[in-house]
Design a binder for this molecule. Structure first.
Ligand SMILES: Cc1cc2nc3c(=O)[nH]c(=O)nc-3n(C[C@H](O)[C@H](O)[C@H](O)COP(=O)(O)O)c2cc1C
Length: 258
């Protein structure tokens, strides 16, 4: 089996499911793991070129049928002339839109050789009653089969262009018009939400506030809060929940391309 000195994990994962998928893939390979957590406001802002002998694994959640804006901008800083990559978009059982194509386009443009790519399904981070508990054991089994095929491909070093679904121009990125509120009676001023926010939308001195213009509704602060003080609420959120449960409860399966 082809071996790699380094396994570089690049991900943006506000509710941690994308990171889980990336870790699952990375742990199937030998080599020292290094990670680029793009949720961290300080990470991914400067150009980075990978050395030979590195396998790059990229995981991005899907936001409104696209890659999250902050994450795609940072991803453009990662270059790898002929460096092999495995590229995953992870979504909440609603739609893939053009995100898989967008991710493949960015990586190819930056020199990476894509060994395998796909769209995995995980619990919806906003409407958590959709795809609850996923990825589950069936998802991980399918993911493992995909990784085995990627390994065969990496051994043979045959990298033909992989066609993935999606359209150009990509669908328009529409910001989800939600922002979490904070129940100040629960807030213990630990500032976990402040440091978790990739948009720097939560002021240092006032963690109970959220700058709704900057907030991308990514959910990082909700999942980071140890007191469950931050959450979505309101008519728009309730309407979204109802619509999603009615239309997107039927299980979709992950899809892979090699
Ligand atoms: C702002 C926002 C927009 C989203 N848009 C979509 C979407 O267009 N299609 C979909 O199926 N899921 C969508 N989701 C759900 C996430 O893609 C899904 O929950 C994913 O697993 C989140 O990854 P994470 O756990 O790494 O944050 C969206 C989530 C957020 C926060």
């Amino acid at each position: 089996m082809k071996t790699f000195t380094k396994i570089a994990k690049i991900y943006f994962s506000p509710s941690s499911t994308t990171r889980k998928i990336v870790d699952e893939i990375a742990n199937k390979f030998e080599g020292t793991q290094e990670e680029y957590d793009l949720l961290n406001a300080a990470s991914g802002n400067t150009p980075k070129e990978f050395d030979d002998d590195t396998l790059v694994i990229v995981g991005m959640p899907i936001f409104a049928g696209r890659l999250p804006k902050t994450a795609s901008k940072k991803l453009m800083n990662f270059k790898g002339e002929n460096i092999p990559a495995i590229a995953i978009v992870n979504y909440g059982n609603v739609n893939i839109g053009d995100a898989l194509l967008e991710l493949n386009d960015i990586l190819k443009e930056n020199g990476f050789n894509i060994a395998g790519t796909g769209a995995t399904v995980s619990q919806h981070s906003i409407v958590t009653d959709v795809a609850t508990g996923r990825p589950d054991s069936k998802d991980l089994e399918k993911l493992n089969e995909f990784v085995e095929k990627c390994k065969e491909k990496l051994d043979s070093e045959e990298f033909e262009n992989i066609e993935v679904p999606g359209n150009k121009p990509y669908c328009e990125y529409k910001k989800v018009p939600l922002a979490p509120i904070c129940d100040e009676s629960l807030c213990v001023y630990c500032y976990e939400c402040v440091s978790s926010c990739p948009e720097e939308a939560i002021p240092d001195m006032a963690p109970a506030e959220t700058d709704t213009n900057l907030c991308s509704a990514c959910t990082a602060c909700i999942y980071a809060c140890p007191e469950d003080a931050r959450y979505f609420t309101g008519d728009l959120f309730e309407g979204m929940k109802e619509k999603f449960l009615a239309n997107f409860s039927k299980r979709k399966e992950s899809e892979f391309y090699l």
